[in-house]
Design a binder for this molecule. Structure first.
Ligand code: AGV
Ligand code: CA
Length: 313
C-alpha cells in the first residue's frame, strides 16, 4: 500500500511516524509536517531524526516537507512546545541525521507525489487537513490518485475537545484549527475514514500503559515512545483539557489492522463559522464517510504498538 503521511508534530504524531516506518506492507512515499499542534521547525527536525534513527533501508531516500499553512484557530502554545523537547531527546541525537528536507513545501510535495503516483495512494492525516485542501484547490486532478483518506479528526459524540474562549466546546481540535479545510475535502468523492473522539476516548494514556513501556525500554523504539509520552499528562481520575489519548496512534495502527476497530457509515458535514465552528455532525444531506465507532479491544491495540516498535532498528 502506497501511503503519504501528513502530521502536525504532536507527541502522538511523531510516535505514529515511528510506527508507520515499521509496517512492512506500507510503502511510505512522502511525509509532510504542518505546524498546528507544534512549532513546525522542531517538528520537521524531529521527523527527519525519527526516520533516520528508526527507519529501514527502504526509507533512506525519503524526504520531509515543511508546511507553510496557518490555521484560523491556533493550538495552545504549551502543547506546541512538545516538539522542541522531542527533537532534543538524546536518543534522536546520538547519531547524525541522514534524512533531507524536501525542496518543496508540504502542499507542493503532496501534489508532486500524487501526480507521479503509479498506484492509488492512501493519505494518512493526523493533524488538520489544510495542506490537503490547498493541494486540491491548486491542482484538482490529484484526487484521481487518492485511494482513500484516513484522518484523525472530528467528534460525533456529546462533545469535542476544544476548551477556548468564544467556543461552545463541540469541536475536535484538528477540525477547529481550520474548519474550511474539512469543508473543502468534503466536496471530493474518494473514500474517507475518520477516527474521531468517540473511539479515541477508549485509549487514554494511563500509568499502566507507561509501566509497560518502561518494562520494555531495552528496545530503543519503545524507550523513545516512553520518553515522548513522558511530556504529556495521563488520565488519572477524571479527564480534563490536557488529558492525553493515543488519538493518532490508533488512527495509524488501524491503517494496517482493521480488526482493531469497528466501523460504521455515516453522512456528515461541518460547521465553519460561529461558536460551534469545527463541529462535525451527521445529516442526511452530508457526505458519505466511514467512521471508526469503537476500539474492539484496547489491550490488543496497546500490544500492537509494542509489537511494531520491537521491529525498529
Ligand atoms: O484532537 C486530537 C489531536 C490529535 O491529532 N491533537 C492531539 C493529537 O495529535 C490535538 C489535541 C487535543 N487535545 C490535546 C491535543 C492535548 N491535551 N494535548 C495536545 N494536543
Ligand atoms: Ca496530531
Amino acid at each position: 500500500m502506497d501511503v503519504y503521511f501528513n502530521h502536525d508534530g504532536g507527541v502522538d504524531d511523531l510516535v505514529s511516524l515511528l510506527l508507520l516506518l515499521q509496517m512492512e506492507d506500507v510503502n511510505l512515499i512522502g511525509v509532510g509536517v504542518i505546524g498546528a499542534d507544534s512549532y513546525v521547525e522542531p517538528a520537521v527536525s524531529a521527523s527527519q531524526k525519527i526516520i533516520s534513527r528508526f527507519g529501514h533501508k527502504r526509507h533512506e531516500a525519503l524526504t520531509v516537507s515543511q508546511s507553510d499553512s496557518r490555521g484560523k484557530n491556533p493550538f495552545p502554545i504549551k502543547w506546541r512546545m512538545d516538539a522542541f523537547s522531542i527533537d532534543a531527546l538524546p536518543i534522536l541525537n546520538e547519531y547524525s541525521n541522514q534524512i533531507k528536507i524536501s525542496n518543496n513545501n508540504a502542499v507542493d510535495d503532496l501534489i508532486n507525489k500524487l501526480s507521479a503516483a503509479d498506484n492509488p495512494v492512501t493519505l494518512l492525516f493526523t493533524g488538520p487537513l489544510t495542506d490537503l485542501a490547498r493541494a486540491i484547490q491548486k491542482v484538482p486532478s490529484i484526487t484521481e490518485h487518492i485511494d482513500q483518506l484516513l484522518w484523525m479528526g472530528g467528534s460525533f459524540g456529546e462533545t469535542g475537545n476544544v476548551d477556548e474562549p468564544s467556543h461552545d466546546g463541540s469541536a475536535e481540535w484538528n477540525v477547529f484549527w481550520d474548519p474550511e479545510a474539512f469543508k473543502t475535502v468534503l466536496h471530493t468523492t474518494y473514500p474517507i475514514r475518520l477516527v474521531g473522539l468517540e473511539s479515541t476516548i477508549q485509549v487514554p494514556l494511563t500509568s499502566e500503559v507507561r509501566t509497560n513501556w518502561a518494562l520494555n525500554r531495552r528496545y530503543p523504539a519503545i524507550d523513545f515512545i516512553g520518553q515522548g509520552y513522558a511530556l504529556v499528562p495521563p488520565l488519572v481520575h477524571l479527564p480534563n483539557n490536557s488529558t492525553y489519548y493515543l488519538w493518532d496512534v490508533l488512527t495509524t495502527c488501524s491503517l494496517i489492522d482493521s480488526s482493531l476497530v469497528d466501523v460504521t457509515t455515516i453522512k456528515a458535514d461541518v460547521v465553519t463559522t460561529g461558536i460551534s465552528q469545527g463541529k462535525t455532525f451527521i445529516t442526511s444531506n452530508g457526505r458519505d464517510l466511514s467512521l471508526v465507532s469503537s476500539v474492539i479491544n484496547p489491550d490488543i491495540f496497546f500490544k500492537t504498538i509494542t509489537n511494531l516498535a520491537k521491529l525498529a532498528p
